[in-house]
Design a protein around this ligand. Structure first.
Ligand SMILES: CCCCCCCCCCCCCCCCCCCC(=O)SCCNC(=O)CCNC(=O)[C@H](O)C(C)(C)COP(=O)(O)OP(=O)(O)OC[C@H]1O[C@@H](n2cnc3c(N)ncnc32)[C@H](O)[C@@H]1OP(=O)(O)O
Ligand SMILES: NC(=O)C1=CN([C@@H]2O[C@H](COP(=O)(O)OP(=O)(O)OC[C@H]3O[C@@H](n4cnc5c(N)ncnc54)[C@H](OP(=O)(O)O)[C@@H]3O)[C@@H](O)[C@H]2O)C=CC1
Length: 550
């Protein structure tokens, strides 16, 4: 069921379908002045506020805005001091990141456009100083809200504080912005993962956010922990639950602000921009790709035929910027939701992911792999448990034994325990299928000029998955693990060594087992003599026949 969009009759540039879904059309009657402006022209002279700019997606958003909208006036970014680093230090470190190489080339002074604002989103008023509130109120034209806790095991109180309450406070701040044209909220395609078919609508929230927030205020952490599974119900974690609540909170403001909601699925490395394969974290599939490349992860529960709904980060950001432009220019009267997914347009399946990840890491191996990359994904619980025992726990035990014997600290079992914890939280997403309607994404594309369609490309029909996965795997090697591509021959040599160790180990094991068997069983001895005599007879036969032909 979708929420009631009561003003269906007077939507500007929008059509409301029978089921309540709000769709874009090419009607421009509701546009403001610059409707014909290209995306870059629209952002020219604009001041943009970005939350979560130090995060994975936020950084890509900042980079793309600076590179493709060079006339943008200023990017105000909400940043908190963290891990002993001041806000300023964090921002200057961020700008040194390789991601900004292309922008740096175009404009070495690009950092002057970035204006950090100290903010801790979990604090009242987002801990923004009154002077900064005034400054933002006077100048911001567009808000992109990316900040969130994306941890799947986040305690409910904290997830609500950051994903729901902070969103609410940001919306209050947005009300004080006198020149605000658009508020773009980044959600997730899995906010409604308790449904199999997900339309571009905001579904009724699982609970009234206000009531939940009030209750959480007086409950102690123990009680909250105990009731969390009951509260989240059909959702697998507090992350998806609080992102669903946040959507509802944002929707409540749709009559007072121009709102767009972007729902990306599983965000992966960049496809094209600023260069293929850029990734800087272990979240989502990236950590598992690395674990598979290192030969540590060799089995996990996933359905071979289910769609792996990956979406490259640059596609999400291009769509986000286009949605910002559309929302500001066309001013839809109700919040538009964009399911930013690939499954319905260019599907790719978990079985194919496994195949391409493994073959890519065989071609471009990671340094110091534990074992040769090899994987077995299955949806069968028992088969998976068997492989965990044989391919994870047993090798870990042997390796730890080896470490102990050589006077080192055992570590492999600990690594596997952490990996199993991560897998247990991720398997939910790889073991089932969802269907997203992504019509708004296609229709937004139809609104762009041919030039913008190239500069802000989010046409995922053009995505070549094997090539994308290859670049993704190389990206994890180069940008997450900081490994040098020139070391690949040595890494290949290491894999050959591992293969030889495996052959030797397997041969010794088979001979050993057989010897034990022969020593204990007359039947095994008889079979052994039979096989040996058969081999001998074959050998004699071939020798005789080759003598005759000569
Ligand atoms: C058999 C081989 C097949 C090969 C390929 C098959 C790949 C299948 C991939 C399936 C993936 C499915 C992914 C679905 C994701 C759905 C996404 C929904 C979309 C979103 O909206 S949100 C963003 C997603 N959010 C996340 O991904 C966060 C998940 N992470 C967490 O919640 C926590 O990190 C976690 C896993 C609970 C661990 O917490 P904790 O123990 O406190 O430790 P740290 O966070 O400090 O990390 C510890 C350690 O683990 C590494 N790590 C983190 N994440 C992963 C991961 N996904 N895979 C592997 N390893 C991971 C982390 O880097 C740390 O390592 P250190 O060595 O640095 O300590
Ligand atoms: N990654 C993915 O696969 C997907 C992500 N999304 C959504 O995209 C958005 C961005 O995700 P992503 O970039 O991957 O996440 P990251 O974890 O990389 O970034 C989160 C950002 O939020 C900021 N933040 C977190 N807590 C606070 C706080 N208390 N005060 C101030 N800032 C804070 C972080 O700042 P700091 O650096 O200080 O920690 C960081 O900049 C999120 O809304 C997420 O739900 C949606 C679908 C998939």
């Amino acid at each position: 069921m979708s929420t009631e969009l009561s003003e269906s009759q007077d939507l500007n540039g929008l059509e409301q379908e029978e089921n309540g879904t709000t769709r874009l059309t090419d009607i421009c009657s509701g546009t403001v002045g610059s409707s014909m402006a290209s995306i870059a022209e629209y952002y020219a002279g604009k001041s943009v506020l970005i939350t979560g700019a130090t995060g994975f997606m936020g950084k890509v958003l900042v980079e793309k805005l600076l590179r493709s909208c060079p006339e943008v006036k200023a990017l105000y970014i909400l940043v908190r001091p963290k891990a002993g680093q001041s806000m300023q230090q964090r921002v200057s470190d961020m700008m040194k990141c390789k991601l900004f190489d292309r922008v740096r080339e175009d404009d070495p002074e690009f950092y002057q456009k970035i204006i950090p604002i100290s903010s801790e989103l979990t604090q009242p008023g987002l801990a923004i100083s009154p002077e900064d509130v005034e400054k933002l109120g006077a100048c911001i034209n567009i808000v992109f809200h990316c900040a969130a806790t994306i941890r799947f095991d986040e305690p409910l109180k904290h997830a609500v504080q950051l994903n729901v309450l902070a969103t609410q406070q940001l919306l209050s701040l947005a009300h004080q912005m006198h020149h605000l044209e658009a508020f773009i909220h980044i959600s997730t395609a899995y906010a409604n993962c308790d449904r199999k078919y997900i339309d571009e609508v905001i579904y009724p929230p699982p609970v009234e956010p206000k009531k939940l927030i009030e209750s959480l205020e007086w409950m102690d952490d123990g009680i909250v922990r105990d009731i969390t599974p009951r509260l989240i119900g059909g959702r697998p974690n507090t992350y998806t639950y609080t992102k669903a609540l946040a959507e509802y909170v944002v929707q409540q403001e749709q009559h007072r602000l121009n709102i767009g909601i972007i729902r990306p699925s599983i965000v992966g490395a960049s496809w094209q921009e600023p260069f293929p394969g850029w990734i800087d974290n272990f979240n989502g599939p990236s950590g598992l790709f690395i674990a598979a490349g290192k030969g540590i992860l060799r089995t996990m529960r996933a359905s071979n035929d289910a769609v792996a709904d990956f979406i490259p980060v640059d596609v999400v950001i291009n769509l986000t910027l286009a949605a910002g432009w559309y929302t500001a220019v066309h001013r839809p009267k109700t919040a538009l939701v964009y399911n930013c997914t690939t499954g319905g347009i260019n599907p790719f399946h978990w079985g194919e992911v496994e195949h391409h990840v493994i073959s890519s890491f065989k071609r471009n191996p990671l340094e110091q792999a534990f074992r040769r990359p090899n994987a077995n994904i299955t949806s069968n619980y028992l088969i998976n448990q068997y492989w965990i025992l044989v391919s994870h726990k047993f090798p870990a035990l042997i390796y730890d034994l080896f470490l102990r014997l050589s006077g080192q600290k055992p570590q492999m079992m600990r690594i596997f325990n952490r990996l199993h914890k991560a897998i247990s939280l991720l398997e939910y997403f790889s073991s089932q299928d969802w269907e997203w309607n992504s019509e708004n994404m296609s229709m937004l594309m139809s609104q762009l000029t041919p030039e913008d369609r190239k500069t802000f490309n989010f046409d995922v029909r053009q995505l070549n998955w094997p090539e994308y996965i290859e670049n993704y795997c190389i990206g994890t090697k180069k940008y997450v693990l900081n490994e040098d591509m020139s070391d690949i021959p040595a890494a290949r040599q290491h894999l050959r060594k591992l293969r030889n160790i495996r052959y030797t180990f397997n041969t010794v094991l088979v001979v050993f087992i057989w010897r034990v068997f022969i020593a204990r069983s007359q039947m095994a001895r008889n079979i052994w003599y039979f096989v040996v005599s058969l081999c001998f007879k074959f050998l004699s036969y071939f020798r005789a026949s080759s003598t005759l032909t000569n």
